[in-house]
Design a protein around this ligand. Sequence first.
Ligand code: GLU
Length: 296
Amino acid sequence: MTAQPRPDRVPTGRFAPSPSGPLHAGSLLAALASFIDAKAQGGRWLLRFDDIDSDRSRADAVADICHCLAAHGLHHDGDVLFQSRRTPYYDAALDTLSRQNRLYGCACTRAALRERAERAGHSRYDRQCASRQFELDNHAVRVRVDDRLVQWWEGDAWSQERVRDTAGDFVLKRRDGVYAYQLAIVVDDSEDQVTTVTRGADLRDNTGRQVYLQHLLALSTPRYLHVPLVLGEDGRKLSKSNGAVAVDASRPLANLLAAWSRLNQSEPPNRIETVNGFLDWAGQNWQPALASDRHC
Ligand code: GLU
């Protein structure tokens, strides 16, 4: 069984927004949950921008997000981190996997993959390129997935997945040379010694692939907590890409209280009137298992 994070490590959480727009209520919820979870354990909270995809990253969004977090009393420890500065680490991880002979080049186009997935009724890769021996350069790079079962601590229980049956061989680097989220996040969380990954429930489906990569790269597996999504009036998840309304940084306490209640936590006493007062109280009253979206 996968070990829980090592007790000798400083508890470390992180918030890893993609800087494609300002913070919305859903991202504030993930930021608050990861901050409180780290602080409740006396640990560190890191801010790391997932800006690897430069086409979707905006410098003004970085400044906006930093300002908004600070206005809500969510102060990060250490320097702000950027994926875009970490390419050598991703290169090294890919190289390790290549030396293990686990990678292959894939020439399937998105349209072809979509069409085959529709026909098959699932999006698990059909390994069409697995034995074609395409070079890794100028192709998407996929990792060959074996049949191991991976496990991780999720909120308040173990989860498990056989990635070969869900995603199948997945992409680590795109044909245009951009590293895929799965590889980058695993390398980042290891570099930053993250012990708890707290994020929106829409990302839960990625966890098995990430734990699988941790196995191959001999990295430890953090604990995971997936928190509820905030839905818009149309019932869809708020996201920067569908133009969700930015959090109003001039009413931080009200925003934090709304996020706290969506995290299924106990109601704060009426005497709480300041952001710092709330954050201190929240750190002492945090119940992570209740914040898991499985309970909300
Ligand atoms: N950058 C991702 C997002 O903004 C979060 C990645 C993660 O927490 O694993 O949705």
